[in-house]
Ligand binder design. Sequence first.
Ligand SMILES: C[C@H](CCC(=O)NCCS(=O)(=O)O)[C@H]1CC[C@H]2[C@@H]3[C@H](O)C[C@@H]4C[C@H](O)CC[C@]4(C)[C@H]3C[C@H](O)[C@]12C
Length: 325
Amino acid sequence: MCTSILYSPKDNYFGRNLDYEIAYGQKVVITPRNYQLNYRHLPTQDTHYAMMGVSVVANDYPLYCDAINEKGLGIAGLNFTGPGKYFAVDESKKNVTSFELIPYLLSSCETIEDVKKLLSETNITDESFSKDLPVTTLHWLMGDKSGKSIVIESTKTGLHVYDNPVNTLTNNPVFPAQVETLANFASVSPAQPKNTLVPNADINLYSRGLGTHHLPGGTDSNSRFIKAAFVLAHAPKGNDEVENVTNFFHILHSVEQAKGTDEVADNVFEFTMYSDCMNLDKGILYFTTYDNNQINAVDMNNEDLDTSDLITYELFKDQAIKFEN
Ligand SMILES: C[C@H](CCC(=O)NCCS(=O)(=O)O)[C@H]1CC[C@H]2[C@@H]3[C@H](O)C[C@@H]4C[C@H](O)CC[C@]4(C)[C@H]3C[C@H](O)[C@]12C
């Protein structure tokens, strides 16, 4: 399972938990403006917006899991097995494979309005990158500097783009059905509840936090959707970068998966491999990983973005415990 959010206290922060059981050797990857972007069905782009995110690099191609561009547009791909469906090439549309979608959108769009326009003439095709890296069915959360986000879903009924009122995305079911379930938890609150159950009885509110008693805590995607939407909606808005990056990771870590809690096959467990937080306004990617709680960062503006080769940084690191004695 995965969870992605857009948090906008002042600057806008976009990112995700990547929960899975298979590591693909992801790195932090910057694609500079003059890296040649090739597509299966579209013309090569010799120059485009620079982008940065978490990616697998295969045959010198950036296979992004999530990324932002230099204009402050962010995107994350999350598993969407079941409802998700890609199509054969459609000559009346711009055809883009699912693994090209992130560079395709980030290379030329500045806002989610630009994305909506481009997607209205786009078909996502069902071709794989290679035999070893087959097609994965995803849906995507995208956010920009306006503080608004959209969800992109390609299903058997076609390509859909939904405005996202809660700036949160997890996995199944389809996004409109996910949003509908929020109603079941509408009374969840950070405040202590009023006794409307048996108003005449004197009910002892025996614990703090009883307003969240019905908040789901499971690792399933609907539970994480509700919980992340709640924690995000009530997150404080800090004044400085460190405070807001810290808040961001607390929101994501409220739905992270500890090893041993989500069994996907006999004795195989999904867990939160990494969490990232990308400042859309400043072009900085912060990250933590399962084995390293330290917040690490890469600032794309500290690189020469007018170059043509991919720039990579290690993502998975060892734990760094600071002994005090
Ligand atoms: C597994 C990841 C999604 C995590 C997630 O949503 N987990 C929930 C699992 S489930 O619902 O409970 O089954 C997805 C997100 C982005 C995906 C990667 C990106 O799409 C980039 C390439 C695309 C290639 O086609 C396959 C390898 C790959 C490198 C993908 C591997 C894998 O499918 C990733 C890493």
